[in-house]
Write a protein that binds this ligand. Sequence first.
Ligand code: BGC
Length: 338
Amino acid sequence: MRKMKFLLAVFFMIFSVAMTGCGSKSDIGVKSVAICFPNTTPSWQRNAAALQSHLEEDGFTVDVKSSATVEEQQKQIEEALQHKPKCIVIGAIDSAALVDVLEDAKKYEVPVIAFDRIILNTDAVSYYASFDNDAIGEAQALYFEAALNLNSGGGPYNIEFFAGGSADNNAHIFFKTVKDMLDPYLKKGQLVCRSGQTDFNSVAVKDWQAENARPRIRELLSKYYSGGETLHAILAPNDEIAGVILEEIQRAGRPVPLISGLDGDPKAIERIKNGQQTFTIAKDPDVLTAKCFRMVKAVVEGTQPDINDVTTYNNGVKIVPAYLCTPQIVDKTNVNNF
Ligand code: BGC
C-alpha cells in the first residue's frame, strides 16, 4: 500500500511537472508573433514600433527583427520561423525574394501576413495589409492634373519623374498609375520631360535610398535646366526622396517646384508648412498597424480577418485577400491638422 501511494505520488509529480512545462510553453506559443521589417527608412521603424505596441498591449509576445538587406531579411525570417510563432508579419525588402524562405512557414504552418508590400510568387502568404497603392498613384497624378490645370489645357510645364526601388512591387504600382494618367498630357505637350527619362528603369531610385536620388537630380538640373528653363514639377515617390531633391533644388538656387511625396513623414509635414514641399500622401502608421493588429489577432484566434479586397493582389500564384486602407492627401490647405 505504501509502495502504491509512493508510486502514485511520483506519478502525480511527474504529471504536474509535465503539465506545467506544457502550460508555459503554450502560453508563450499561443500569443507569439514575429515582425520582420526593413530598417531602411524612418517610416518602417515607426510602423514596427506601432504594430509592436498594439500587439503587446493585447498580451502578445513580439519578436521584432529589422534588416537592411535582402539577405539579412531572409536570414531573420528563417530564424524567426524556427521558433514557430503563431503568425509572422513581413514588410518585404524584395517582394520576389522570399519564395524559398517561406517554404518553412508552410512547413511549420505559420500564417504569413504581408505588410505594406505584397510578397510575390508564393502561396505561403495568407493575407495582405496595406494602403491602397493604386489610390496613392491616382492621388499623386490627380494632384498634378489639378494644380497645373491640365484638364483645361494648362501648360506647357516641365516635369521630371522619380520612382521607388525596383525590387519593391509598390514602386511599380505607384509609378505606372501616375504615368498612365499623365501620359496623355505628355503626348499633347502640356507636360514636357526635358530629360526624356520617363520609363521606370531610368527614373527608379535604387533601393528607395533617398541619397541615391541626389546624383540624378544634380545631373538633371545641370544638363537640362541650366539655360534658364524652369523645372515646374517633380514626381517624388516618397517624402524622403522629396527631401533630398528639394535640398538639391535649394542648393542650386532654383525655384521650388510642384513636388509630391508619400508617407506623411514629420519632416515632410514641416516642409509643407514652410511652403517647400507641395503635398504628400499620408499613410498613417496607426491606421495600418491597427488594421494589421486585428488581422494578426483574427489569424491567431482562428477567426476570419476583416478583408476589403479579394481581386487586386494576384501575387503570381494566388490572389491574396487584402485589407487596403485609405491614404490621405496633405497639402497647405489641411497640413495644420497633422
Ligand atoms: C512604401 C512607401 C515607402 C517606401 C520606402 C514602399 O513600399 O509603400 O510607403 O516610402 O516603400 O520604404
